[in-house]
Design a binder for this molecule. Structure first.
Ligand SMILES: [Zn+2]
Length: 124
């Protein structure tokens, strides 16, 4: 008895045959590819910025043991606000400046990496 014969005996609807889903291995490879592309983009941004925090100008390193000196890449227009993962929307900062930016102690003015300015806010 074939599969079609078995389905004809059942009251249950036959499964629809559509486009096959990508296997978990295909999805995993796509995920690895995306991670590699994101890592390359961050490395390109750090190289463009001379491996220096663009706010306080200290040298920064990816593997710095002190998290405040670790190189981080900041989205000028936040991802949550639709900021794209492209070089002109990314800028290298140290961990300390990055934390202050997100704590609104430093304001980032400008819309792309070439024209960005950092303004320290006075404490009330
Ligand atoms: Zn800094």
């Amino acid at each position: 008895m074939s599969l079609a014969d078995l389905h004809s005996l059942s009251d249950r609807p036959r499964p629809k045959l559509g486009k096959p889903r990508p296997s978990i291995l295909v999805k995993a490879e796509a995920g690895r590819k995306a991670k590699r592309a994101a890592a390359k983009l961050r490395a390109d941004v750090r190289a463009r910025d001379g491996h220096q925090c663009q706010c306080c100008h200290i040298p920064v390193f990816v593997s710095a043991t002190n998290p405040l000196q670790r190189a981080q890449v900041h989205h000028i227009t936040y991802r949550s606000q639709g900021g794209p993962d492209v070089q002109k929307n990314l800028i290298t900062v140290c961990g300390e400046c990055h934390a202050k930016i997100h704590a609104h102690e430093i304001e980032v003015r400008g819309t792309h990496a070439a024209s960005v300015r950092f303004m320290r806010k006075a404490k009330p």
